[in-house]
Design a protein around this ligand. Structure first.
Ligand code: ATP
Ligand code: MG
Length: 411
């Protein structure tokens, strides 16, 4: 992409009410635009990051046999009434709207009810099971407080996966596969070393659910962990009974702030029961389908990474989700010409800063945008057929032959 064709501009200041550093950089660098508290637009560069995150999640889920769908955002109250969750006392985050023809609809806060209801059309026998279905979808939640930019918002992008199994053994096997897939996902997203699977409350029938918590100072949760982090638990389940069960002592645990980037739940028949999602088993008996649900906050992940990986000058994207791998600057007449040529050979990997600006301004924006590698081609470097390659993370610069760089980009 040519920077001159991007409509976004880097900004000197972020909105005054935006306090988190990563959120300020996301706005100043032109990744997102703030509409209102907790409501954001994703701009061209931000959308590339979101799509890269989604693609990693998609690949890992497809690998364990999941199928992608896109369900509606407007929701019928009926299935929610059957599970008692249409009630604003039970679910205080509802946004609702009126049909012109009369009647009320909900704006999707999550999809357990609609998907359980939908699957009644497709599941009737044990032969139809198991099924694993996921989507990337916009969720609406009337959160009391929006927080830390895109980390807690009122409209956000979630990956939600639902599993439908005939028996507990199949469910448990899949649950374990999902755990492993989640670990692979966070590793590929560049936050594997700081993301831990924690015991949390909210499991239905099984005692716990699992949360995936990424350590960050702006996290809203507090997690406790032992020395080798083999036991990690959310503060909300920290009590004597749980400690005994997990075989750890309170004084062995340290605490830290963390952000929940995903979670997995065993639902058993919580939704299939009231919504009448049944299958006929091998003996002709009607049974409730065993369910699980598995969330990842796609936009929150982007916010957490922006928050964790930045310095005083801007963002530092992990290569796997960066909008581009290289930020290219040409200096001087020949430098600009050579840069143009290089760009044309690798338009997908390079953000070419071809704007009519002073080099200093381009260097500044390269840091702010946080593209992993900066390439500078100048008349001077070309005297030795060299270019300058700078690693945004380490700040290290090396001079390499233009032909070497070509090889590197082609890898
Ligand atoms: P939290 O405790 O943070 O409110 P939750 O338990 O309500 O999360 P789920 O309903 O299970 O979360 O949603 C799945 C994932 O979606 C969460 O793990 C989180 O990463 C993300 N998420 C939840 N609420 C928000 C929000 N308001 N803004 C952005 N992401 C969110
Ligand atoms: Mg919540």
């Amino acid at each position: 992409m040519r920077y001159s064709q991007l409509f976004t501009k880097t900004l000197r200041d972020a909105p005054k009410d935006e306090t988190a550093k990563g959120a300020q950089f996301l706005i100043r660098a032109g990744y997102v635009h703030k509409e209102l508290a907790g409501i954001y637009d994703y701009l061209p560069l931000g959308l590339l990051v979101i799509e890269n995150i989604k693609q990693i999640v998609r690949e890992e889920l497809n690998n364990i046999g999941c199928q992608e769908v896109l369900m509606s955002t407007l929701q019928n109250p009926e299935p929610w009434q059957k599970t008692n969750r249409w009630d604003i006392e039970k679910m205080d985050v509802w946004f609702r709207t009126q049909l012109a023809a009369g009647g009320e609809l909900g704006l999707a806060p999550t999809h357990e009810e609609p998907i359980t209801n939908m699957m009644r059309t497709y599941i009737s026998s044990y032969k139809d099971l198991p099924v694993y279905v996921y989507q990337f979808q916009t969720k609406f939640r009337n959160e009391l407080r929006a927080k830390s930019g895109i980390m807690r918002t009122r409209e956000f992008i979630m990956k939600d996966l639902y599993s439908f199994c005939a028996d507990e053994k199949t469910h448990n096997d899949f649950y374990h596969k999902a755990e492993l897939a989640y670990h692979r996902i966070y590793r590929r997203l560049g936050i594997g070393d700081d993301t831990f699977q924690a015991f949390a409350s909210g499991g239905v029938f099984s005692k716990y659910s699992h949360e995936f918590q990424t350590i960050t100072t702006v996290g809203e949760d507090t997690i406790y962990y032992n020395a080798d982090k083999s036991v990690v638990l959310n503060e909300e389940v920290l009590n004597d009974e749980v400690l005994t069960e997990l075989g750890v002592k309170r004084e062995e645990l340290k605490s830290t702030k963390a952000a929940e980037v995903g979670n997995i739940f065993t639902l058993k028949t919580k939704y299939s029961g009231p919504l009448d999602l049944k299958y006929t088993d091998t003996e002709g008996k009607r049974r409730d389908v065993i369910m699980g649900c598995y969330g990842i906050g796609i936009s929150r992940v982007m916010g957490v990474i922006a928050e964790k990986y930045c310095d005083n000058n801007g963002l530092i994207w992990p290569e796997s989700i960066a909008p581009f791998k290289y930020y290219l600057i040409g200096i001087g007449e020949q430098g600009a010409e050579q840069a143009e040529e290089l760009y044309q050979q690798h338009t997908n990997d390079i953000l070419f800063d071809d704007r009519n600006l002073r080099p200093g301004e381009k260097f500044h924006d390269a840091e702010l945008l946080g593209i992993p590698y900066r390439i500078v081609i100048s008349d001077r470097s070309l005297e030795k057929s060299e270019v300058e390659l700078t690693d945004r993370r380490t700040g290290e610069t090396k001079n390499i032959q233009l032909t070497e760089l070509q090889k590197l980009i082609n890898q």
